[in-house]
Design a protein around this ligand. Structure first.
Ligand SMILES: O=C(O)CCC(=O)C(=O)O
Ligand SMILES: [Fe+2]
Length: 356
């Protein structure tokens, strides 16, 4: 990937949404005002910038791992493909997923490395990975996973308190000794020759499937649909600032107090379209055996929110996190598309009436 300094700046003339900036150091120090800002971001949009997270070196290492992996011959990468049965871990080639109900193809390729496989390495729990991933496991991927876990569990603990849940409730739904869909993802989107920035999705509109995503990108292209609006707005990458967002599991657990917001990735805006776009995400997801239901019996705050939620019925999914995750992955695979119903079966909490 090109050095940061050689990339053209994010253009000033595109519709951009300013996320709240949350200072991780202040959160760690117990700063009440910062804690309140995080709560505002988490309940209103479900997206925020996180600065002073301390993971920059690990992030850089992960981009190098991703670049080495994507440079492998295509046939080599395909030996580690996700398959069509709903497993997320492994390699995903460009065009393997639909981006909308017409079946239009995505343009991103990515490698997903399971948290369980990283922590148990060299013993495979879910699957094996390309040689470049194995070579980086101890020196790059494990440190990145550990840092990301530290950040995400700190944020979950804050949400636990704010939601009025007994201590450790959310932590217990995300235990390291239980299998989960948690994973690290490095994404490459090819440059668009000619540099025409268009509205075609590289990664289709979606809500994240799990609990909390810790995202790092350099070029624009990420867009959010802000509640109460009907136009996609860019999220501008800011050096040293991660982008955090909540996923469906947290919206469900909290009875929709917390927001899992729609987002997508398009070609980077303006002159940035000439460049390869790299991004990196760590997804914290609940243990696979956890049933996705509002935690009403554990918190009067959640019980009250659910009583007032327009989508209360839909939040009682009756599905485990593992089944939710598999269903969503499987039904967006190009090979499984049989029509708009397949695509719709890949959807999550977008039914939320608070969604735009
Ligand atoms: O690449 C990005 O900026 C966002 C990626 C994303 O939304 C995802 O992988 O779920
Ligand atoms: Fe996402």
């Amino acid at each position: 990937m090109p050095g940061l300094t050689s990339l053209p700046p994010f253009p000033e003339d595109v519709l951009t949404h300013p996320l709240l900036v949350i200072d991780y150091k202040l959160l760690k120090a117990g700063d009440e005002a910062e804690n309140a800002q995080l709560w505002k971001a988490a309940t209103e949009l479900g997206f925020w910038y996180l600065k002073n997270h301390g993971a920059e070196d690990e992030v850089q290492g992960m981009f190098e791992m991703g670049a080495e992996t994507m440079a492998l011959p295509f046939e080599e990468k395909m030996k580690f493909e996700q398959g069509d049965e709903g497993m997320s871990h492994g390699y995903k080639a460009a065009g393997s997923n639909a981006v909308d109900e017409t079946g239009a193809l995505d343009t991103v390729e990515f490698i997903n490395v399971s948290q369980d496989d990283v922590l148990a390495f060299p013993t495979p729990i879910h699957r094996t990975y390309p040689s470049t991933v194995n070579a980086h496991m101890e020196r790059t991927i494990k440190p990145f996973v550990r840092k990301s876990l530290e950040v995400n569990s700190t944020l979950l603990e804050i949400f636990n308190t704010r939601l009025g849940l007994p201590d450790g409730t959310l932590a217990n739904l995300h235990r390291l000794d239980e299998h989960s869909g948690s994973e690290a993802r490095c994404i490459r989107n090819p440059p668009r020759p000619g540099g025409i920035s268009d509205d075609k999705a590289a990664l289709g509109a979606h809500t994240d499937f799990g609990s909390l995503s810790f995202l790092h990108n350099r070029l624009g292209g990420l867009q959010v649909m802000v509640p109460g609006t009907d136009k996609w707005q860019y999220v501008k990458p800011i050096p040293g600032h991660a982008i955090c967002n909540l996923g469906d599991a947290m919206a469900i657990f909290s009875g929709s107090i917390l927001r899992s917001n729609m987002h997508r990735v398009v070609v980077p805006p303006g002159a940035q379209a000439h460049y390869e776009r790299w991004s990196l995400v760590f997804f914290t997801r609940p243990s696979s055996s956890v049933v996705l239901e509002p935690l009403t019996d554990k918190s009067p705050i959640i019980a009250e929110a659910l009583a007032n939620a327009e989508d209360a019925g839909k939040l009682h999914t009756g599905q485990t996190a593992g089944a939710w995750f598999t269903r969503r992955i499987k039904n967006q695979r190009t090979k499984n598309q049989e029509g708009p119903e397949t695509w719709r079966a890949s959807r999550g909490t977008e039914h939320n009436p608070r969604a735009a």
